[in-house]
Design a protein around this ligand. Structure first.
Ligand code: GDP
Length: 139
């Protein structure tokens, strides 16, 4: 059975470009409720830990630099079938391949600076949400 929560980040490029409002509007209009949210900035160490699964990928160093290069918005979202529906809403990793009307198609500039993160499984949604929020911060 699929779960009803996912985790997202509005990434540094989208925060820098003043897209927080536009992206949150799309998220709410797609039927997601915000269950926890914070505006924060990752240290290099924290970004490295968050993306540890990508350690062996050639772009890992670039990814860590980019994700720690400016503030982000982290949030836990709720909706039926949250993980899959949110991945559909954000679109493909590479914005050039993302479908029309998806968040990445509208707001992302490149495969590296692609505006938003969305968990890829219920298990990772729980792990990633716990990385940023204690039980007391979830509603
Ligand atoms: P996602 O699940 O769609 O976010 O994609 P992945 O899990 O494959 O990659 C994680 C993140 O790494 C992406 O969202 C991008 O920010 C970054 N990334 C992926 N591919 C590349 C790449 O080829 N170059 C760089 N610089 N970053 C990448």
């Amino acid at each position: 059975m699929s779960g009803n929560r996912t985790f997202t980040m509005i990434k540094p490029d989208a925060v820098e470009n003043n897209y927080i409002g536009g992206i949150l509007k799309m998220i709410n209009e797609a039927g997601f409720r915000i269950k926890a949210m914070k505006f924060t900035r990752l240290t290099k160490e924290a970004a490295g830990a968050f993306y540890a699964v990508h350690k062996e990928r050639p772009f890992y160093g670039e990814l860590v630099e980019y994700m720690s290069g400016g503030p982000i918005v982290a949030a836990i979202l709720e909706k039926d079938n949250a993980v899959e529906d949110f991945r559909k809403l954000i679109g493909a990793t590479n914005p050039e391949e993302a479908e029309e009307g998806t968040i990445r198609k509208i707001y992302a500039k490149s495969i590296a600076a692609n505006a938003v993160h969305g968990s890829d499984s219920d298990e990772n949604a729980e792990i990633e949400g716990s990385f940023f929020f204690s039980q007391l911060e979830r509603f």
